[in-house]
Design a binder for this molecule. Structure first.
Ligand code: FAD
Length: 266
């Protein structure tokens, strides 16, 4: 298992003299590794025995020092190349293979992550809208107990909740995109959007399965696959808990100069 939520646990290492590096390690859940023409490889870097932080290296594939150990059978299935376990065994790279500067890998990753999260928000928002449209069409015509199921309050409320979750997902995604357009890094907005959207769309997809009944669990509509894809989104690009944790730290930092809450002074 890799570093996961805590990047400080990264075990892939690059050691060298600043001109040449040898990289070794093992990474898992590497999306698109199978069939890729190159990879951006992040490694904890030591230059002449001094730990200088994480560095991004650009590496052409295939490469004899990089073995695709196996493809992982995961809940989702829409990403090209799937998700692989990759073994890196004494890969030799040069200074010219460093992306940007040595030791700045985590900083670069932060810059990339805000817009990257939004592409997932947008993609899965479209998919959830599709699932909702299928559920609505079904609810209008599927009869049960003398009327279409959409006219039973429980199903109608599920569709109403879907529209509210889709609406709020659209708004927070637009807000985060707007923040980026203003030149901000949008870290807070994209963190917030990632949690709200991934959790709201999961509720939407889950309700769509329920409205479709048994049909929702089959491959006769795309809803079952959309449900699986959206479940995975709550884990990658930072699980909900780590975003909440980071938002909480910002809240505490932002309010540290405010007076303490005391009885009768709140
Ligand atoms: C479909 C998919 C594709 C992926 N693609 C890539 C890829 O291309 N490249 C890549 O490098 N990685 C990729 N990943 C890995 C992904 O980055 C990690 O799965 C993610 O960071 C979570 O790490 P973990 O799975 O090890 O979970 P862990 O870090 O083990 O976390 C397990 C649980 O603990 C919780 N937790 C962790 N920290 C805290 C905290 N501070 N407070 C409260 N709870 C906490 C988490 O929320 C989670 O629920 C992918 C993952 C998936 C599912």
């Amino acid at each position: 298992m890799g570093a996961g939520s805590d990047p400080s646990l990264m075990q892939t290492t690059a050691t060298g003299d600043g001109e040449t590096f040898t990289i070794s390690g093992r990474k898992w859940l590497i999306t698109g590794a199978d069939g890729a023409a190159f990879m951006i490889l992040m490694a904890r870097t030591t230059v002449n025995g001094v730990d200088v932080g994480a560095t991004m290296f650009m590496v052409d594939l295939p490469n004899p020092a990089i073995k695709l150990e196996r493809l992982i059978d995961s809940i989702d299935s829409s990403f090209t190349g799937g998700h692989a376990v990759v073994e890196i065994d004494k890969l030799v790279v040069r200074r010219s293979d460093v992306l940007g500067e040595i030791g700045k890998g985590f900083q670069y990753a932060q810059v990339r992550l805000a817009p990257a999260r939004l592409t997932h928000c947008m993609r899965w928002l479209g998919a959830a809208q599709r699932a909702h449209d299928i559920a609505v069409a079904h609810a209008r015509v599927r009869p049960a107990f003398g009327k279409p199921i959409g006219e039973h309050q429980a199903v109608g409320f599920a569709l109403a909740d879907n529209e509210m979750d889709l609406h709020i997902s659209r708004l927070v995604t637009l807000e985060a995109a707007w923040a980026l357009d203003q030149g901000s890094r949008g870290n807070e907005e994209s963190s917030r959007a990632k949690v709200i959207v991934s959790e709201a769309l999961y509720r939407v997809a889950d309700r769509c399965v329920q409205v479709l009944g048994g049909l929702g669990l089959t491959a006769d509509t795309p809803v079952a696959q959309i449900f699986r894809e959206i479940r995975a989104f709550r884990i990658y690009d930072g699980p909900s808990e780590t975003h909440r944790w980071s938002l909480a730290r910002r809240i505490i930092r932002r309010t540290k100069h405010k007076p303490e809450a005391r009885d009768g002074n709140q």
